[in-house]
Design a protein around this ligand. Structure first.
Ligand code: NDP
Ligand code: HSE
Length: 440
């Protein structure tokens, strides 16, 4: 049978990996797909660079619409990124009856509802394994492997750049900016790295996992998003002393009130496997009622790891494109008429435990006042650590750091208690609050 023809839009980090892996492993991939898969046309703004990647036998153009208009192309891969031209091109490819593969989590987390509806109406597939956790086949696991389960929660390290930054800061004592530059050089970071460090990229990914796990629409606008830019080296050190590591986690949970959807730095017990995921590696924990807790680990970014997921989607489409549309796996795991309107709960309603760090005047009675306010608010304390005075030198010798771990309480209650503690004259700096999850 003639190979299935693929058009590639954007041949940068992931696009070049996709072209190279597909070429290198073509025989095995054909054996699995039952048919050859060939990238026969590429669009990129830099035609000369693209041509040097693909060689003289592949047609390269600078107009992506020429690829979509080519009647020989069956599948379009979008690897440009962003919400602008990428959205227009994906919708145009669908309208032209092409199946689409994309790694663009930003696009799907924000415009997924519109894109999946357009694809269903046209009877084409939109596959996005590479959009979440790079090379880890987490979409397949959630959508198919765990299909028997009522999923209870998912928690994941799903941004390689921030995990790389946190690991290097902890292990090597390197500065934030130095490590970020290295992540950019290695091709992990987004075109706009603020998406990585402010938690937006992780929120895009957890939004997609939440929709698949709980059968709700993709609702990025409902996610609570907090990045790592305000984390201090002191917090990484104190967390360590208390038996925890700080990770940027994407968390989504089913609760009686609705679905939690949040990204923030999180203290995780150092003994958990996920706490030991270092560098640009990703890991996702998913808990289902039947299977219990499962863990998926691997490279979450980079040229060939991400290409691995893109090509898995190409193989799936090649196997399924002649099947009746009703027999295919639904985009969001649930059939469109089974998607529910279960609400996403506001962050103020989330119940979790906390790490608090207060820089206070080193005077009698200060700790009692702080813990008294927590007690009045009905917030139970799990542990207290006071930094020894001799670790603070010079002017700061009259100050001390008090670190408090609490038991679970609702976020609104903690917000109110924090406001009261912050107003104490003996609390000298803004209080650091980091959420804590036991992931038991
Ligand atoms: P790159 O910036 O490396 O590649 C994008 C490519 O698209 C560039 O070659 C760019 O050309 C080209 N391009 C831009 N505009 C157009 C256009 N209008 N028509 C044709 N080509 C165009 O990005 P990545 O490969 O890193 O990322 C691609 C997608 O994959 C993004 O959605 C990203 O979020 C996602 N992703 C990336 C991962 C990674 O590890 N890098 C991992 C998982 C997902 P030029 O450079 O000349 O502007
Ligand atoms: N910028 C992303 C990361 C790429 O660092 O994880 C993978 O989606």
């Amino acid at each position: 049978m003639k190979p299935i023809q693929v058009g590639l839009l954007g041949i940068g980090t992931v696009g070049s990996g996709t072209f190279n892996v597909l070429k290198r492993n073509q025989q095995e991939i054909q054996g699995r797909a039952g048919r050859g898969i060939e990238i026969t046309m590429v669009a990129d703004l830099d035609v000369a660079r693209a041509q040097s990647v693909v060689g003289p036998d592949v047609k390269v153009v600078n107009d992506a619409r020429a690829v979509i208009a080519n009647p020989d192309i069956d599948i379009v891969i979008e690897l440009i990124g962003g919400y602008g031209i990428a959205k227009a091109l994906v919708l145009e490819a669908i309208a032209a009856g092409k199946h689409v593969v994309t790694a663009n989590k930003a696009l799907l987390a924000v415009h997924g509802t519109e894109i999946f509806a357009a694809a269903s109406a046209k009877g084409v597939m939109v596959a996005f394994e590479a959009a979440v956790a790079g090379g880890i086949p987490i979409i397949k696991a959630l959508r198919e492997g765990l299909t028997a389960n009522r999923i209870q929660w998912i928690a994941g390290i799903i941004n390689g750049t921030t995990n790389f930054i946190l690991s290097e800061m902890r292990d090597k004592g390197l500065d934030f900016d130095v490590v970020l530059k290295e992540a950019q050089r290695l091709g992990y970071a987004e075109a706009d790295p603020t998406f990585d460090i402010e938690g937006v990229d992780a929120a895009h990914k957890v939004t997609l996992m939440s929709a698949i796990a709980f059968g709700i629409p993709v609702q990025f606008d409902k996610a609570y998003v907090e990045g790592i830019t305000k984390l201090g080296a002191a917090d990484i050190k104190y967390a360590e002393q208390l038996g925890y590591r700080i990770k940027l986690l994407g968390i989504t949970k089913r609760t009686a009130a609705g679905i939690e959807l949040r990204v923030h730095p999180t203290l995780v017990p150092a003994k958990r496997l996920i706490a030991n995921v270092e560098g640009a590696m990703n890991a996702v924990m998913a808990h289902g009622d039947a299977v219990g807790t499962t863990l998926y680990y691997g490279k979450g970014a980079g040229s060939e790891p991400t290409a691995s997921a893109v090509i898995a989607d190409l193989v799936d489409i090649t196997r399924l494109h002649t099947a009746d549309a009703a027999q295919r796996v639904p985009h969001l795991a649930f059939q469109p008429d089974a998607i529910s309107n279960t609400p996403v709960v506001a962050m103020s309603e989330v119940v979790t435990s906390y790490y608090l760090r207060l820089r206070v005047a080193d005077e009698a009675g200060v700790l009692a006042k702080v813990t008294g306010l927590l007690a009045e608010a009905g917030i139970s304390i799990d542990a207290v650590l006071q930094r020894e005075a001799d670790e603070i030198s010079g002017e700061a010798a009259t100050q001390t750091d008090v670190i408090i771990l609490t038991h679970d309480c609702v976020e609104a209650k903690m917000d109110a208690a924090l406001a009261q503690m912050q107003a104490l004259p003996t609390v000298l700096q803004p209080i650091t609050r980091i959420r804590k999850e036991e992931l038991a």
